[in-house]
Design a protein around this ligand. Structure first.
Ligand code: WT7
Length: 659
């Protein structure tokens, strides 16, 4: 593998001439990474973090420079205080006076193969028109807008239009169903929801507008529903509804950027936690964008000729950070694909790489595992020679899959970046950084943390654990991309992330470090599942099961799965007088799909008389997990001292008989 260093072109920023708001305070000085190797950068970050991060922040366009790099009042961080900037400006305007103006920003490919190319200039104008339409609807800085769209250009356009006027976007993955919309709209008190008549998924139509109509009956804040025409469904347009095209039609293609204070929220993204209620992770503007710009530079090493293909859905954080904000800030051309990896055939990503000449592919272990199952012939029949870098994210990658990715897809010449991060971290935290220098790769390890990011693996008491031992992954110092807080819930923010281990951020993952200090992620240490890389909370799933009229109690756990990593297994106690049946099994699963979404459907449902619980009533999910995965349970008394051992043993035996 080549260890040759890549040289960064010095970046020069230009400004959109029409924007009257540009202040002279901006500092266009840009750091160059030429010749700086990773070790040296890490030392610099350690010795003078403020200097290091402010050099990083200078890669953005600021309307007004910050007064203070970091204001850290544990556990609340403010980055680049009093600095003013705008996210949409950094993604669009700055390219308009460069040769990127007429370059493709987004190459969109529909599930049916239709392709639309949108240049930076066109994207700029479409974003501005929608921003003006929002203003006309009375949207002000700080208002929340919910976006429930499939992977079509209007999705990033809507996000950037929010950013332009300082509205906070809350994107809901279009695979989620009505309950997810209700919870998220009510928590954020969104005024507008943007959706589509329908979305395509594997050739079928998902009735998005109908799902929204059902959901908003249980919300009170929505004033307008903007509807994009995608599938041309026959839908009912009510009083609050307006077609997207009518909303933007006559709007001007210039809307001044709102000057956002660096710590003003850019978006809320709901993610599963260990309670039934999803957490509204809030990201700010200056810190978040600084982390994204620089992590993308170090990890992907974007250059002017790149065609970046990130296969994530924008409904998850990967799409927010590395489809919308980071690549557009870098002026990269990217592919936005609407559909499933195996539609109509299990070759779609390879076909897209060949068709658009993708140079970087950033995807998930689940997608790779499912492709690998079909053998090498399919990818071998495509020209994948445009690829220079391969990435993976979302779940641990099995070494055999890593090797397949490296040999068959990358033909032994593309480095693999296994990037560890979370919705909460905003951007990549652990990865090899080919943009700084390539280091030795080890299949299955994300290698080391990025410059400025200090990871420590600790034991139960928060004490640093020796190399080779499994412990909890923590982050020792604040970093610019970190979440600001949870929406309207500073207490939960503190409790979830900063009170498990003193003075450190608790990520909720198990990990260990080997002798080379390489970090190996071992999966979640809490009640969160990763099903095909999607994050789902067991308690959230259990509440959805219990909302079915026949179900009295539910316990959800997971079984390891060759393709999806984990699948959902549910143990359900029926209400008195209800009998179990195959019909009920199907009906309950349908109920889950309707409430949370198709991704939450259970692989297997067991109807049981009783659930194993501690005396204080806590469901012992770990025991259930062990038995479904056929692991030895060992001595129960040492696991849960509160439990009635005899009862539990009986219950487990009864469950075991059913498996
Ligand atoms: C959780 C965060 C990161 C963006 C998409 C997921 C798991 C993430 C890796 C990786 C092993 C990984 C962790 C983490 N995870 N990346 N490279 N190797 N595990 O974001 O939905 O917030 O999930 O995904 O368990 O905590 P998310």
């Amino acid at each position: 593998m080549s260890t040759k260093k890549r040289i960064y072109a010095k970046e020069i920023y230009h400004f959109h001439m029409n924007d009257p708001q540009i202040s002279k305070d901006r500092n266009p000085e840009v750091i160059s990474l030429e010749g700086i190797r990773i070790k040296q950068m890490k030392d610099e970050a350690q010795q003078d973090p403020n200097q290091f991060w402010s050099n990083c922040a200078r890669n953005l366009v600021w309307f007004k420079e910050w007064q203070q790099v970091l204001d850290w009042k544990y556990p609340f961080a403010k980055w680049f205080c009093e600095g003013k900037l705008n996210a949409a400006y950094n993604c669009l305007d700055k390219h308009l006076t460069t040769n990127k103006k007429n370059q493709a920003a987004i190459i969109w490919e529909g599930e049916d193969g239709e392709t639309v190319t949108i240049t930076y200039d066109q994207l700029f104008r479409r974003v501005n028109q929608l921003a003006n339409a929002f203003k006309k609807m009375g949207i002000k800085k700080g208002d929340r807008i919910t976006i429930y769209l499939p992977m079509i250009p209007e999705l990033p356009i809507s996000m950037l239009a929010c950013a332009r006027i300082g509205a906070i976007h809350s994107v809901i993955f279009s695979g989620f169903s009505s309950q997810s919309i209700i919870d998220r709209v009510n928590d954020a008190k969104s005024k507008i929801i943007i959706t589509a008549d329908g979305g395509y998924r594997r050739g079928k139509i998902v009735p998005l507008k109908r799902i929204v109509d059902d959901a908003i009956k249980h919300t009170s804040s929505i004033e307008k529903i903007i509807v994009v025409k995608r599938t041309h469904e026959n839908i009912i347009m009510g009083e609050k509804d307006i077609w997207y095209e009518n909303a933007v039609n006559r709007e001007s293609s210039f809307c001044p950027s709102e000057w956002m204070e660096s710590n003003d929220p850019l978006f809320i993204l709901y993610t599963s936690g260990t309670t039934g209620k999803p957490k509204g992770v809030v990201h700010g503007t200056g810190g978040y964008l600084t982390h994204l710009y620089n992590s993308a530079k170090w990890v992907f090493n974007f250059n002017a000729t790149d065609v970046f293909f990130c296969t994530a859905d924008i409904g998850w954080v990967t799409g927010h950070s590395y489809i919308v904000y980071a690549p557009l800030m870098h002026g990269v051309t990217e592919v936005l694909y609407e559909g499933a990896p195996d539609f109509p055939n299990p070759d779609r990503y390879w076909k897209i790489v060949e068709k658009h000449g993708a140079t970087i592919l950033y995807t998930t272990p689940t997608a790779l595992r499912s492709y690998m199952r079909y053998g090498n012939e399919i990818p071998n029949s495509y020209d994948l020679s445009s690829l220079r870098l391969l990435g993976t994210v979302g779940e641990p990658i099995n070494p055999e899959v890593w090797k397949w990715y490296f040999n068959v897809i990358g033909k032994n010449r593309c480095p693999i970046i296994d990037t560890w991060w979370q919705t909460e971290t905003g951007g990549i935290m652990i990865s090899m950084c080919p943009g700084i220098e390539s280091i030795k790769m080890k299949p299955g390890s994300g290698t080391l943390s990025l410059p400025g990011i200090e990871i420590e693996i600790v034991d139960d008491k928060g004490i640093k654990i020796e190399d080779g031992k499994k412990g909890y992954l923590t982050i020792k110092k604040p970093w610019p991309g970190m979440l600001i807080s949870l929406w309207n819930n500073n207490e939960r923010y503190k409790k979830t992330y900063w009170e498990r281990v003193d003075n450190s951020f608790f990520a909720g993952d198990f990990a260990y470090q080997d002798n080379d200090k390489y970090i190996w992620i071992l999966g979640r240490a809490d009640d969160i599942l990763k099903v095909a890389g999607h994050r789902l909370g067991t308690i959230e799933l259990e509440s959805a099961f219990v909302s079915h009229p026949s179900i009295a109690e539910a316990a959800v756990t997971s079984k390891s799965d060759e393709i999806k990593g984990e699948t959902i297994i549910a143990f359900l106690v029926l209400r008195k007088g209800i009998a179990s049946s195959q019909n009920l099994d199907t009906e309950v699963n349908e109920h889950i799909k309707r409430t949370i979404g198709p991704i939450a459907s259970a692989e297997k449902i067991y109807f049981v008389d009783k659930l194993p619980k501690t005396r204080s009533g806590k469901i012992m999910r770990r025991l259930l997990k062990s038995i479904v995965n056929k692991e030895t349970i060992g001595d129960i008394s040492t696991l849960e001292d509160e439990a009635s051992i005899e009862e539990i043993t009986q219950e487990l035996n009864a469950i075991n008989k059913q498996l």
